[in-house]
Design a binder for this molecule. Structure first.
Ligand SMILES: [Zn+2]
Length: 99
């Protein structure tokens, strides 16, 4: 049986789209930093643009200890940072319906 990764589950739940800014998110955990080419391993640096779209796990109520599934949603890194600065509170159903 395939191992279920919470990041993948949350990514699929929103269809890979950030519920706040609607950008297409990138699975940072699958991003290859080294790629094997005919000339050996090459380093592929992460761009600023990519970094902003990396998926993170957002705690909807802003409480980081509250790890129940309904309090977790995928969001891009930029929105996660923005959210920490501004209090945006919605519930998961609202966020999913907004997609
Ligand atoms: Zn976003």
């Amino acid at each position: 049986m395939a191992k279920l990764n919470i990041q993948d589950v949350l990514f699929e739940e929103v269809g890979g789209v950030c519920p706040y800014c609607k950008c297409k998110m990138i699975k940072s955990w699958e991003r290859e930093v080294y790629v094997l080419t005919g000339n050996g391993m090459i380093h592929v640096p992460i761009t600023k643009e990519e970094y902003r779209h990396f998926m993170e796990i957002d705690h909807i109520d802003g409480v980081h200890k509250n790890n129940v599934f309904d309090n977790l949603i995928a969001a891009c890194k930029l929105c996660n940072i923005r959210k920490s600065n501004k209090k945006i509170q919605k519930n998961k159903q609202e966020l999913l319906l907004s997609l």
